[in-house]
Design a protein around this ligand. Structure first.
Ligand SMILES: [Zn+2]
Length: 115
């Protein structure tokens, strides 16, 4: 069984990693946003337009998913404080040691997550 200290260390590490990736993704999003407004100013029918839209949906999707992961991470820290960390929020069963090692902020056991 994972000790709370191990879990907290993993969650801290995960949060630091997510924050670094989010900062990169937000920078990339800003770049694409800047490039898009330049392209709009130049020519509405710029062939680059669709490529920039694709880049936008990619970078924006990444920012959104990283923010969601950070929210899950904060929720996992709250469960740790509550003493319910490692307990599946849906079925109340154990989330599982291997799963928590791979994804420290997992809220669901593998059975519930794959439903
Ligand atoms: Zn479950």
């Amino acid at each position: 069984m994972t000790t709370d200290d191990d879990a907290r260390t993993r969650l801290d590490a995960e949060r630091a990693d997510l924050e670094a990736r989010l900062a990169d993704a937000e920078r990339a999003e800003d770049d694409v946003r800047g490039a898009r407004s330049d392209a709009d100013a130049d020519d509405e029918h710029d062939p680059e337009g669709s490529t920039l839209s694709q880049q936008w949906s990619h970078t924006h999707g990444l920012v959104v998913s990283l923010r969601e992961r950070l929210t899950e991470n904060a929720a996992a820290v709250a469960r740790l404080d509550d003493g319910t960390y490692g307990v599946c929020v849906r079925c109340g069963g154990p989330v599982g040691e291997e799963r928590l090692a791979a994804r420290p902020s997992a809220a669901l056991c593998i059975v519930c997550a794959s439903r």
